[in-house]
Design a binder for this molecule. Structure first.
Ligand code: ADP
Length: 269
């Protein structure tokens, strides 16, 4: 995008001509476009759950309903309210991280057990998706904030599942590469078009292809992941074969420290 305008040209207070200025405003235009896209995404994401909360509460208030039906409506209200909360939390988290107001509580962490926890806590339909953890490192110690690193892998795992609508296996691998610990989250889902890859970690960016228009989201998840990984002196990248699957690679510096053992409780005599 080019902006063009004329500017008078003076020399010693005397007008000697006119300058035609060409300015490349592609960047500004893109930022504006992304901002307005965000406003429409967020208003849609806020309105949809709110509309369903309002609709179902009205039904519950105005009608004599059988207990099973009441329960069904209340469950929907609960789910939608949770969705709203997580959207607002993501938004505030990212805001806090970007402004440097987020505090990190860093300790020695065993990534292997952190990944096991993330997988075991993730609600999944085993008839649809399978998650495999491949351990290819003897040790996997890093210095990091446990909750924040859990959020990284939870976001990557939930994307892997969410963008694999016809199921498949999600493979999480961790291995050592020189001084780094490398963690890969690989899926057999929709994949990512080549031209989208460079923008994937920008906040509010969502791939707008027909294969995923129905899948909800705000484009904040990967921006949060990137902020956290960078705060841990790490890097994140994505690769994909469109239509076949994607792999997200997180690289974190390893630590030589040992994780303090939490032994079994010894009964007092
Ligand atoms: P959201 O999922 O809320 O849209 P994210 O920041 O987590 O936001 O992801 C940005 C975009 O990247 C998504 O809209 C999606 O199209 C694409 N994406 C992320 N992870 C995957 C994946 N594992 N497979 C395919 N596409 C993905």
């Amino acid at each position: 995008y080019v902006q063009m305008y004329f500017e008078p040209l003076y020399q010693k207070n005397e007008r000697i001509g006119t300058l035609l200025v060409h300015r490349d405003i592609t960047k500004e235009y893109e930022v504006d476009r992304m901002k307005s896209e965000f406003v429409s995404t967020v208003s849609h994401e806020l309105r949809t759950p709110l509309a369903s909360v309002l609709g179902f509460t009205e039904l519950l208030l105005n009608k004599e309903l059988k207990p099973e039906r009441q329960r069904k409506y209340l469950t929907t209200i609960h789910t939608e309210a949770k969705r709203l909360t997580s959207l607002i939390n993501d938004f505030l988290d990212l805001q806090r991280m970007e402004s440097g107001r987020q505090s990190y509580d860093k300790k020695t962490i065993e990534i292997g057990s952190l990944l096991e926890q993330v997988i075991s806590q993730y609600p999944m339909d085993p008839a649809m998706h399978r998650v495999v953890l491949e351990r290819a490192a003897d040790r996997s110690v890093v210095i990091g904030d446990k909750d924040k690193l859990q959020q990284v892998f939870l976001n990557l795992l939930s994307n892997a599942v969410k963008y694999s609508p016809s199921g498949g296996t999600v493979t999480i691998t961790y291995k050592e590469e020189g001084p780094d610990l490398v963690i890969e989250v690989k899926d057999e889902g929709l994949g990512i078009p080549d031209d989208a890859l460079p923008q994937l970690f920008n906040k509010f960016y969502r791939v707008d292809n027909s294969d995923r228009r129905e899948i909800g989201g705000t484009g904040l998840g990967l921006a949060i992941v990137k902020e956290i990984v960078q705060e841990h002196s790490g890097t994140i990248s994505a690769a994909s074969v469109y239509g076949k699957g994607s792999v997200f690679t997180v690289r974190l510096p390893q630590s030589d420290e040992t994780v303090p053992e939490v032994g079994p409780a010894v009964p007092n005599e």
